[in-house]
Write a protein that binds this ligand. Structure first.
Ligand SMILES: [Zn+2]
Length: 110
């Protein structure tokens, strides 16, 4: 974990693990003004945003627990879910809670 950060950094809660992190440490998933769901790496897209940290597990948990739906106030289509899951598998680390070393090894092999 990085050391202390400036208090002026805006902070958001990861919808997977509920950790509060600075916006720079989180990925933004946006419901665009035309009702689509997109990943917003710049953090600057207009629309309602939700935030997820870089743990792949958080993305999958958030999908499984419908946290994106809750945060974005939208129903995710099958395509949206597949897109988010694919993004997580491609871009997120396979970091898992330390009490589950087997699953972590499993994920690291992929
Ligand atoms: Zn998280």
């Amino acid at each position: 974990m990085p050391a202390k950060r400036s208090r002026r950094q805006p902070q958001r809660t990861c919808i997977g693990c509920r950790r509060v992190l600075t916006k720079r440490e989180l990925y933004r998933v946006v419901r665009t003004t035309d009702g689509r769901v997109v990943i917003d790496p710049t953090g600057k897209m207009p629309g309602r945003g939700s935030y997820v940290c870089d743990s792949r597990q958080c993305w999958l948990d958030a999908l499984a627990r419908k946290q994106f739906e809750r945060a974005l106030k939208i129903e995710l289509s099958a395509e949206d879910r597949a897109m988010i899951e694919a993004y997580a598998m491609e871009h997120m680390t396979a970091e898992l809670p330390p009490d589950d070393p087997d699953a972590a090894r499993e994920a690291a092999r992929e």
